[in-house]
Design a binder for this molecule. Sequence first.
Ligand code: NI
Length: 156
Amino acid sequence: FTLTDHTGKTVTDKDFTGKYRLMYFGFTYCPAICPTELSKITAALNKMGDSGKEILPMFITVDPERDTPSIMKSYVTLFHPSLVGLSGTPEQTKAVLKHYKIYAAKREDPKMSDYTMDHSSFVYFIGPDDRLLHIFKMEDNAETMADIMTRWTAAP
Ligand code: NI
């Protein structure tokens, strides 16, 4: 993929090769699910102590219309100092969502002036060799996530 990070820098998927990554897709206007999942990611990484520092958390927006790099910047700092916020053009976003098989669709709510987004809520754990190691679901808690990631990062 090619996207823009929260500092305004253009990045591609290749920039992250060599690192363990935790990748989550959502949007900053999300009322509940995204903040919950991002807080859980932070809790899991903190529980891991030093090995948690080897893992780069990433948040990719499914709502590029509203989530500009500067909005992403103020949002990611709420969760984790290492959290990378990525946004892109509608075309770049479509491509990255398709690649990672993430469903996202705009939903208008007649009771609200603004729209919301329906989206899948998976956290992908990716290895330094770009291999998908684990998919965490909403029902996995921070302890489970930390245990599974510790097993992977401790493996020889
Ligand atoms: Ni959400």
